[in-house]
Design a protein around this ligand. Sequence first.
Ligand code: IPM
Ligand code: MG
Length: 355
Amino acid sequence: MVKATLTVLPGDGVGVEVMASAQRVLDAIGKRYGHEFVYHEGLIGGIAIDKTGVALPDETIKLAEQSDAVLLGAVGGPKWDNPTAKVRPEQGLLKIRKHFNLFANLRPVKTYPTLVHRVPLRADLLAGVDLLFVRELTGGLYFGPRQEQEDGDSAYDTMLYTVPEVERVAHVAFRAAQGRRKKVTSVDKANVLAAMRLWRKTVVKVHEDYADVTLEHGLVDSCAMHLLTRPASFDVILAENMFGDILSDEASVLAGSLGMLPSASLGDGRFGLYEPVHGSAPDIAGMKKANPTGMILSVAMMLRYSLGLETEANTIELAVESALADGIVTADLADAQTKTVANTDEFTEAVLARL
Ligand code: IPM
Ligand code: MG
């Protein structure tokens, strides 16, 4: 039996609703397998700005420091969307990733056979689509030296990488590939950017330790195309921070909906931050329409990576798959053939019933 302390950060918009679903699933897992999950709820994002003036209060950092893992819903919304604002909800996300040195962001993407009709690509392209993004998360364009000028006529952001930064995330990608189909596609723009030439050179060097894994390099623009023309050819995709951000949203199309994708952000130890790839979806917030799958599968990743509970993680993944296979879907996955559209709670209950 495991006793784990978890920091729960629902954040904004649908983050609150999908977090409630995820906790119900986690509680059921605790009951069934005899584990105890203790939750400490904290503030992040827009709601934190409203209550404390900053997107990530020190209080939240302290809570997280005393936890085995962090579960995060989503941040942001039109209320805080002023481009000239000094405090923005997204800063909370970037800051918590950086504070805990969570440099590797794992984003698995699968096409479930029962959702093929929801993907706007030919079905024959989708057989066997099962890929894993390893996105570098604390360096690159989102963290390089920058100049922001509110009223000036120039501004810049810098793509800066050091060899150790590339090495550590490359190791994560190669190790992940060893447990999968043993192929890594490293995404860069080495034909234009110096930082990306350093990236490629470093990945080639790290690959020397992994003779059993095939390494290929892809330029980000051509990878963006190949994700749609031959998605099943990818196994692990290793990418720079912004490239991974963009390509993983693109790849969500392969899963039928952005609402499907979970993620794990990991550092050197077992501590991790787990969040769905989707955002706060202000257009449907509070309406119980959100697809909680991304958050529920993030909980499964938390059980696997931070708590070492592989069986429990599999139990959740199978329950989600079985609910979807039985045609139980939220609005984002519904079409003219869908008989009944499940709301967030109904979908969650379908998962609970199948655990
Ligand atoms: C994501 C999001 C964030 C990112 C934003 C909200 C800062 O798009 O997690 O993919 O770019 O990392
Ligand atoms: Mg993103």
